[in-house]
Design a protein around this ligand. Structure first.
Ligand SMILES: Nc1nc2c(ncn2[C@@H]2O[C@H](COP(=O)(O)OP(=O)(O)O)[C@@H](O)[C@H]2O)c(=O)[nH]1
Ligand SMILES: [Mg+2]
Length: 201
């Protein structure tokens, strides 16, 4: 998809503050520092739209972006960062689960994992919710530029065995640095935009 416009809409922590439902929504989730903001910026060809930083765990709100007035990108709060205050950490689960379970325009969740790391308890919790609520999701393994070809094959095999994903779940190797995976990821997003709903009706 050719990105002609991409703009920040608003941040919210609860449904009363979400923008009205309208455009199909693609949500991005992953642990802090996984490269979520970099991935969103790479998809949108924008350098600083979704904030990238070396201070993980800062974004503790749900951020809504509008792309081409065609689709909304949702940057879900990162998780798993130890220095986030306890109150915020407790809030993460309900905030994300509420969004996932209530948002009727949600079409696809992109779960981002660092290809070098084993999935965390929170990654598994998220997959559990996605399956429980019958939401469509794909897995993106990012930072592939940091691995050799052999390491990459090992990690792909290991993560695949570890996650026990539903058959047919797309797993896309990605790098925000060299843009590997950008086209396949856009194809998944565009496919989801064309569907009526992410729920298994
Ligand atoms: N080498 C490499 N570094 C990346 C990649 N994606 C993100 N990073 C770096 O990882 C750090 C965290 O990225 P960020 O996008 O802020 O992660 P977020 O906390 O998940 O939003 C930053 O220093 C990025 O430059 C990637 O694909 N390759
Ligand atoms: Mg971020």
């Amino acid at each position: 998809m050719k990105v002609l416009s991409a703009e920040f809409v608003r941040s919210a922590t609860k449904p009363a503050h979400y923008p009205p439902e309208g455009l199909p929504e693609i949500a991005f989730a992953g642990r802090s520092n996984v490269g979520k903001s970099s991935l969103i910026n790479a998809l949108l060809n924008r350098r600083g739209l979704a904030r990238t930083s070396n201070t993980p765990g800062r974004t503790q709100e749900i951020n809504f972006f509008r792309v081409n007035d065609q689709v909304a990108f949702i940057d879900l709060p990162g998780y798993g960062y130890a220095k986030v205050p306890e109150g915020l950490r407790r809030n993460w689960g309900p905030m994300i689960e509420t969004y996932l379970s209530k948002r009727r325009t949600l079409r696809l969740v992109v779960l981002i994992l660092d290809i070098r790391r084993d999935p965390s308890a929170e990654d598994r919790q998220l997959i559990h919710w996605l399956r429980f609520y019958g939401l469509s999701f794909i897995v993106v393994l990012t930072k592939t530029d940091k691995l050799s070809g052999n390491q990459r094959r090992d990690r792909l095999r290991r993560i695949d065995a570890d996650l026990d994903l539903p058959p047919g779940t797309a797993v896309i190797p990605f790098s925000a640095k060299n843009r590997e995976g950008k086209d396949p990821l856009w194809r998944e997003i565009e496919g989801a935009m064309r569907l009526d709903t992410a729920k298994d009706l």
